[in-house]
Design a protein around this ligand. Structure first.
Ligand SMILES: [Zn+2]
Length: 418
């Protein structure tokens, strides 16, 4: 019976023997008690008992093999665990959403999402609004494109178990430096890790590091759009990370040495167009060449296609998430979040999980009633991916997500000579 104990010991080691955190790392925050009580998704470590079960010995009715026939210990090695990161696009806690948060800090704009979002091991969004106290205002009376979420937005993110946010975007400076520093302090208070801004330029370009199931994910976040142009002349340049490959290169190379997975969040491109502009493609190509595991783009307010770099996914635009769309632009009110499966020694895998936006709140498709909407999304993603190399998009899985894979380049056809 001694041999039967081996798998259990091995699994415990997987849960506790991972790489230790470097000082800059941030553990994924524990869900608040209320989230656990509400049946929120288990964390990766909470799922480990399932793995123990997978490694269970044969049923008691099976005759135990002679010792000489026991497989060597190497056959019992636990498969490499995978980590699922759910990554979504723009989240604006200003405007109406901010007013709802001011009325009730328990407001949950993510409540309409299904297990595909909740069951991921970690969740990422682009936080498009600052989180600052503007005396009850969540949008400037003089300019619709200046808005902020209230300070309590940080708690809303934590309660929704958002693990990590990007703060590098064209609204990072809407209310200036004081509000940016306030945003940082609010996220720190609520223990929501962020990347892309900082109290100095070094911090802004530093990745946020998340530890999940004994593995570390380093995420860099940058913007390539700015609402107070030009960026180079803006005081914001000392506190916000720009999509500058030269400034990122050394950090990405170092992160690849120190961490298990490296991701880049990119805010940029042209709004309301289905295909990425050349500047976006060039930046994506350059950072993927540095060995980044996946590229997470947002800002165009509509979903764009999925491209590939040596089998690693480039998501050019995730579109809106917690953000009101426009009736005259249907794809601002429908988009997808990505489920990115990270596994050591293999390219990241990607699924696209479609949703609709009611007001400013995302809502997963009803799988039994909205098969037509899912199919329309599937065809749209195939179509938009054509301009970036092509992707196959499968039928929805049990979570309502569509597996996206690289479309092989067409083979040259043999011409007939007769
Ligand atoms: Zn934007």
């Amino acid at each position: 019976m001694r041999a039967l104990g081996f798998p259990i010991v091995l699994v415990m080691c997987l849960a506790s023997c991972g790489q230790r955190l470097v000082p800059s790392s941030v553990d994924e925050p524990s869900p608040p008690q209320s989230a656990q009580a509400s049946g929120a998704a288990p964390t990766a470590s909470a799922r480990l008992p399932t793995r123990v079960a997978e490694l269970a010995p044969p049923p008691a009715s099976s005759a135990a093999p002679p010792a000489a026939e026991l497989a060597p210990p190497v056959a019992l090695v636990e498969p490499e665990p995978s980590i699922v990161l759910a990554a979504a696009g723009d989240v604006n806690f200003g405007r109406e959403c901010g007013q709802a948060i001011l009325k009730d800090v328990a407001y949950d704009p993510f409540a309409g999402l299904n297990e595909a979002w909740r069951s991921a091991d970690a969740r990422f969004v682009n936080l498009e609004s600052q989180l600052s106290d503007q005396h009850g205002l969540t949008q400037s009376p003089s300019h619709r494109l200046i808005f902020t979420g209230p300070p309590g937005g940080a708690e809303v993110l934590a309660q929704a178990r958002v693990s990590l946010v990007s703060t590098a975007n064209n609204h990072a400076w809407d209310y200036g430096k004081d509000a940016l520093f306030e945003t940082i302090a609010n996220l720190e208070r609520a223990q929501v890790p962020f990347a892309g801004t900082g109290r100095d330029v070094e911090q802004a370009y530093r990745p946020a590091v998340l530890r999940v199931a004994g593995r570390t994910i380093a995420l860099f976040a940058v913007t390539q759009v700015w609402n107070q142009p030009p960026f180079a002349a803006s005081a914001g340049k000392d506190f916000v990370a720009w999509a500058n490959v030269d400034k990122l290169k050394a950090g990405i190379v170092q992160a690849r040495r120190e961490h298990d997975f490296v991701l880049v969040s990119y805010h940029g491109g042209e709004e309301y167009v289905d295909a990425p502009i050349e500047r976006t493609r060039a930046f994506a190509k350059a950072v993927m060449a540095l060995g980044v595991d996946a590229f997470i783009g947002h800002h165009p307010h509509v979903p764009q296609g999925v491209g590939w770099a040596d089998g690693r996914p480039i998501v050019y635009s995730l579109g809106n998430f917690v953000f009101a769309g426009h009736d005259e632009r249907p794809w601002t009110k429908q988009s997808f979040f990505a489920r990115i499966t990270l596994k050591k020694g293999a390219p990241a895998e990607l699924s696209a999980c479609p949703f609709a936006i009611d007001g400013h709140r995302p809502r997963s498709f009803d799988r039994s009633k909205e098969t037509w909407a899912t199919e329309r999304f599937r065809l749209h993603l195939i179509g938009t991916s054509t301009s970036v190399g092509g992707s196959n998009v499968a039928e929805p899985d049990e979570l309502g997500c569509l597996r996206v894979t690289e479309k092989p380049a067409p083979q040259p056809s043999l011409s007939s000579s007769n």
